[in-house]
Every structure is written in structure tokens, then in C-alpha cells.
Design a protein around this ligand. Sequence first.
Ligand SMILES: NC(=O)c1ccc[n+]([C@@H]2O[C@H](COP(=O)([O-])OP(=O)(O)OC[C@H]3O[C@@H](n4cnc5c(N)ncnc54)[C@H](OP(=O)(O)O)[C@@H]3O)[C@@H](O)[C@H]2O)c1
Length: 253
Amino acid sequence: MSERPTVLLLGGTGRTGRRVIDELTRRGARVRAIVRSKERLPAELRARPGLEVIEASLLALGAAELEQHVRGCDAVVSCLGHVMSWRGIFGAPRDLVAQAVARVRDAVRAVGPDRPVRFVLMTSVSVNRPGGLDTRRGAFERGFVAVLRALLPPPRDNQAAADVLFETVGADDPQLEWVVVRPDSLLEGDACAYTLHEGLVDSLFSPGQTTMQNIGRFAAELVTDDACWARWRGRMPVIVNQRVPELASHATA
Ligand SMILES: NC(=O)c1ccc[n+]([C@@H]2O[C@H](COP(=O)([O-])OP(=O)(O)OC[C@H]3O[C@@H](n4cnc5c(N)ncnc54)[C@H](OP(=O)(O)O)[C@@H]3O)[C@@H](O)[C@H]2O)c1
């Protein structure tokens, strides 16, 4: 990865997306954020050196326009999510995230970068890691997730978006590599110690917690730190704030 990577950011005006801008620009990265309204970004963030804001409706961009924004990028980070209103949950586009991921994948392929672009997709622990590789949920919880997906478009979209990467981008794709980041409940607050796990840690009925700043920090590390990328490439890490007993045992280790 270059000293000063260029990152295309989707969903930068969201609660987590703002933290990604913060963490990336602090590390000196250049960030191209495609947003619906730049007014949704705090003035302090808008003024950050290295941030370029492109005001556009992401899914309405033509293929050539999207390719233009992808060209020269070392990485793409998506923090897209459905707005939590009746219209955001049940209105179009119900496949917002899956469609965005597929369009960016196609744009990267059309641009044909010299080395693989890193795609970091923020999603949720409701998304399954295919191949039975996750810790198995109990029967009741599996039924609950199935009902959620049947009734609510956002959880269905989150799984579909991860599947686009898992099913259509091979492990050794020369143009695109990916990491799907799975947080549990999101918290306000500062960055703190966190742990990363290959599979599910907590039940949906007793959720773990992650500060959004930690997700921003992990996304920025994936983009800027080659060792971190090599560790998680092609995987779906679950990120949780380190719990107090874990901190205590770490301190005495
Ligand atoms: N909330 C939770 O507790 C939780 C927990 C775990 C995982 N997650 C997942 O994490 C992701 C991000 O969550 P968040 O709470 O940070 O999201 P958020 O604050 O709701 O932000 C969503 C982002 O997506 C953008 N967006 C929404 N609809 C769009 C559209 N039609 N076209 C273009 N952009 C659109 C929003 O833009 P505008 O600012 O213009 O609306 C905003 O930038 C989601 O996929 C969510 O499922 C959430």
C-alpha cells in the first residue's frame, strides 16, 4: 500500500462513515467521499486536509462516472446503510448496499488497476459467514434471523452485499480483495481496546458492543497496514469492544 492511499468512501455521512473519515484523514490518507448532501458532514470534517467530497446520488451515477471516481483508488470502504425510517427500511432501493457493492466491483474491473483494490464492507453480525464457518447459532436464533430477513429488507440486503463479494470475487482475484467487518450493537464514544474474531461471539439476544470509532479505526488499519490486511483478507471479522475482565487478564498476562 502506498504511503498515502486514496480511498473511495461510501456512506461517509453516516454515524460510522464519519468516524472512518476521521481515522483515515488522521493517518494522512486521501478520502473521496460520495455523499448525497455534503451539508450532512460536520464542518470540522469537511475542512479536513485530504478529504474530497463528491455530491452525487450513488446508485444514479452512470458506469463511466463511477469508474472515474474509482480510478486511482487503492481502497474502497462502504459504511452504507438504510436510513432507519419507514421509507428507508421499506422503500427503494431495498438492495442499496448489494447494488453499490456490485457496481463498485464492476467499476474496479473496468478500470483494471495494477494491483488489487482493497474493499472494506461494514455490515453486521446478522450476516452469516458462508460455508458453515461461523459458530453455529441456536435453533431459535436461526429462526429469528430468518424471520428478520423475510420481513425486513436491510438485513436481507446486508447478507446479499456480503454474498456479492464472497461469491463473485475469488480469493486470488488480481483486481479486488475484500474484508467484511461485522460489528454487533454500535456505541458512541471514543476508540478503545477491541478484539477481532473469525466467527460469531455473542448471541443476537445478548449482543456485544462496538464503538463506531473502533470500526473507523479498524477500517483505517485495514487500508493502511499491510500486515493487518494480510491477516483478514477474504474473511469476515467480528469486532467487539474488549470486555473489562479481558482487559484485566491482558494487563496481568
Ligand atoms: N445501527 C446499528 O446498531 C448497526 C449495528 C451493526 C451494524 N450496522 C450496519 O452498519 C452499517 C452502517 O451503520 P450506521 O448506523 O453507521 O449507518 P447510518 O448512520 O444510518 O448511515 C448510513 C449511510 O448510508 C447512506 N445512505 C442511505 N441511503 C442511501 C441511498 N439511497 N443512497 C446513498 N446513500 C445512502 C446515508 O446517507 P445520508 O446521510 O445521505 O442519509 C449514510 O451515509 C449499516 O449497513 C448497518 O446495517 C448497524
